[in-house]
Write a protein that binds this ligand. Sequence first.
Ligand code: C5P
Length: 317
Amino acid sequence: MTLTPVAPLPEHEVRVRAPGKVNLSLRVGAPGADGYHPLHTIFQAVSLYEEIVATPADDLVVTVSGTQAELVPTDETNLAWRAAAVLAEHAGVSGGVHLHLEKGVPVAGGMAGGSADAAAALLACDTLWATGLSRDDLLELAGEIGSDVPFALMGHTAVGSGRGHLLTPALTRGEFHWAFALQDRGLSTPEVYGAFDAAHGHVPSGPGTPPDDEADVPLMQALRAGDPHALGEALHNDLEPAALRLDPALAEPIAVARDAGALGVVLSGSGPTVAALGRNRQHALLVAAAITAAGVADRVVTASAPVAGARVVSTTE
Ligand code: C5P
C-alpha cells in the first residue's frame, strides 16, 4: 500500500499594511502634569507603508525585515509587540502570535513608522483572533499604545488634539506629492520636545497650556480647495526650531528643497525627516533629485497623499 502524502494545512496568516504620516501642521502647547504636550496637529497619511504578517504562535514573537531593520527592537519595547500584548490582555486572548514587520517607513524619522507597526499589529491580531472589537475600541487601545497610533489606523487627513490621539477627519480634495529627505541619524522625540520646552521656558508638571488652534484655518481651506500652493505656504511645525538647534545640518535639505521650487518645506513631526511639497508628481521627483544631487540627505523618497489607514491586505485560512 502506498501512502498518499497529505499536504500540510496552510498556516492561517493575516497581512496588514499601515501608512506613515507627515504633520502638515504641528502646534505645541506647554506640557501638563502627565508630561505630555497638548497638540493641535494636522496629520496626512502618505504612501510609504509598513506591512505586518501575523501568524499564530505559542509566544509573542517579533521579527523585522526591510530598510534599517537592524535599528528596530524585537522585544517588548517594539510598538507592534506592545500592541499585540495590549490587545491580548484586553480581549482575553491566551495564545501568542508571530508578527513579521516589513519596514517601508523611515525608522525614527518623525513619520510614525513605529506607530504604523502598532496600528497594523492591532488590526492583524484583531483579525487573527476574531476579537469582535469595534473600530472605536481599537482606536481607544491605539491611543494607549502611542500618541500617533490612532492616526495610523484612521489614515487620510485628520486633525489631532490632546496628545495627538484625538482625531477628527479633515475634508480634502485631490492628491498631494511629497519628497522626503531622510537621515540615518535619528532624533529622539523626547529630546526635541525637551529642547522646545527649554526655548519656551516651560517647566515640568506646569499647568499646561493649549496650543493655538485657530492658526490652521488657511491650511484647512487649502486642503478643502485641493490647492498645493496655498498648502505649501501654510505648512507649519512648532518643533522645527528645536530640532534645528539639536541638528543644525537639517537646514541644508530645507534650503535645497526651497531652491528646487518646493511649494513648502517642513520638518516632519519631531524629525529628522524633512518633507517638501511638490507642484505635482513630476515636480516632487525633481525636488527629490535636487536633494540627492546636493548630498544633503542619506536617502530621498517620494510619496503621494492622502492614503487610507491600516487595511487588511490578505488573509489565508
Ligand atoms: O506617545 P508617544 O509614546 O509616541 O510619545 C513619545 C514621547 O514624545 C513621549 O514620551 C513624550 O516625551 C513626547 N510627547 C510629548 N507630547 C506629545 C506626544 C509625545 O511630549 N503630545
